[in-house]
Design a protein around this ligand. Structure first.
Ligand code: ADP
Length: 328
């Protein structure tokens, strides 16, 4: 096996998945069961999303994978290294971008990256090359010698990602990478993250409660709800079950009865549901226009009616009876 001469930690275990999580659980002191025995594997090079509302257990899972939170049960490995038995090796091959900033605002971007590279045992020459390369990739080349205190929020977030990349991790963790950014900067950052996909077989696990983020970026998504994975697949496969279009209508009076009526008329199938006065009706065999005229032919006079393509929120809604957007 290939060994790192500096500290005799193997660089990777061949053939191991980038991440393997087995029956992993965490109960915090006080009894909160934040993670309830989850299982998943992530292949090298994959961009994998943990999607769920606030409080679902995403950060706790990342905390266990990055060795900052001790699991209560089960196991987790990064490239074959057990995070509890071999934490140094697991940390050595991974990097994390936390929700809170860790870069030093007084120092320049370059100095921050350089310090991090040193900490990781990267030699001076290699560090200089990597810093130039990551600064370029993340659109920081122009700012790299300025103090971080002069960066905008989006620029600082990009520097946080650059910091995580200078050690050339095999596994990169991004914990809610775009939270708190304004929409334009979020979109810019999403492009940057999408651009990381091509990086030499680097595996990325990102947590998010933004649906579009998971849908756009991730090869596969695990939907997490109250500490459990309720669905795991490619965004396309998760969405496929919902047909091509969804009609949403708000009704006056008994929404359950309205739903039963639409089912009886063959407009709604079993996967249609109502939350309060809003009915969500996936269309499997009809177009939206046909469904809307069938709804009025059935005698319903909705207060509001609209059609749209299904989103991962609809998948979540069907599985949990809640909306991520609302729960988040
Ligand atoms: P997410 O990242 O999906 O928002 P978290 O992993 O932060 O979810 O939290 C999962 C659950 O664990 C929540 O109910 C939260 O309140 C609880 N929790 C998180 N950290 C702690 C802690 N240090 N002590 C006790 N409970 C915690």
């Amino acid at each position: 096996m290939k060994r790192d001469s500096a500290n005799v930690i193997p660089l990777a275990r061949p053939d191991a998945p980038a991440i393997r999580v087995t029956k992993l659980s965490k109960t915090y002191p006080g009894g909160v069961e934040a993670v309830k025995g989850i299982d998943f594997e992530v292949a090298p090079g994959e961009m994998f999303g943990l999607l769920g509302p606030n409080g679902a257990g995403k950060s706790t899972t990342v905390g266990m994978l990055t060795t900052t939170i001790a699991p209560s049960g089960g196991s987790a490995e990064l490239a074959g290294f057990d995070v509890v038995a071999e934490p140094l090796a697991a940390r050595r091959i991974s990097s994390v971008v936390f929700q809170e900033a860790v870069v030093d605002r007084e120092l320049s971007g370059r100095r921050n990256l350089d310090l991090h590279a040193r900490l990781w045992g990267v030699d001076v020459k290699t560090a200089a090359t990597r810093i130039a390369e990551t600064a370029n990739t993340l659109g920081l080349a122009e700012l790299i010698d300025r103090p971080v205190s002069s960066y905008s929020g989006g620029q600082r977030r990009r520097l946080e990602i650059a910091r995580a990349l200078v050690s050339e991790p095999r596994v990169l963790f991004l914990d809610e990478p775009t939270v708190g950014l304004d929409p334009r900067i979020r979109r810019e950052l999403l492009d940057v993250i999408a651009g990381l996909r091509a990086r030499n077989q680097m595996t990325t696990l990102l947590t998010t409660h933004y649906l579009e983020e998971a849908e756009q970026l991730c090869d596969r998504v695990a939907i997490i709800h109250q500490g459990e994975i309720v669905a795991l697949d490619t965004p396309r496969a998760l969405l496929a079950g919902l047909g091509g279009e969804i009609v949403e209508l708000r009704v006056e009076g008994d929404a359950g009865a309205a739903l039963a009526l639409l089912r009886a008329r063959g407009i709604a199938s079993e996967d249609a549901l109502n939350v309060g006065s809003t009915l969500t009706v996936p269309l499997h065999n009809h177009g939206a226009a046909e469904a809307i005229s069938a709804i009025s032919a059935a005698g319903l006079k909705p207060l509001q009616i609209s059609s749209r393509t299904p989103s991962l929120d609809d998948v979540y809604l069907r599985l949990t009876g809640d909306r991520i957007a609302v729960a988040a």
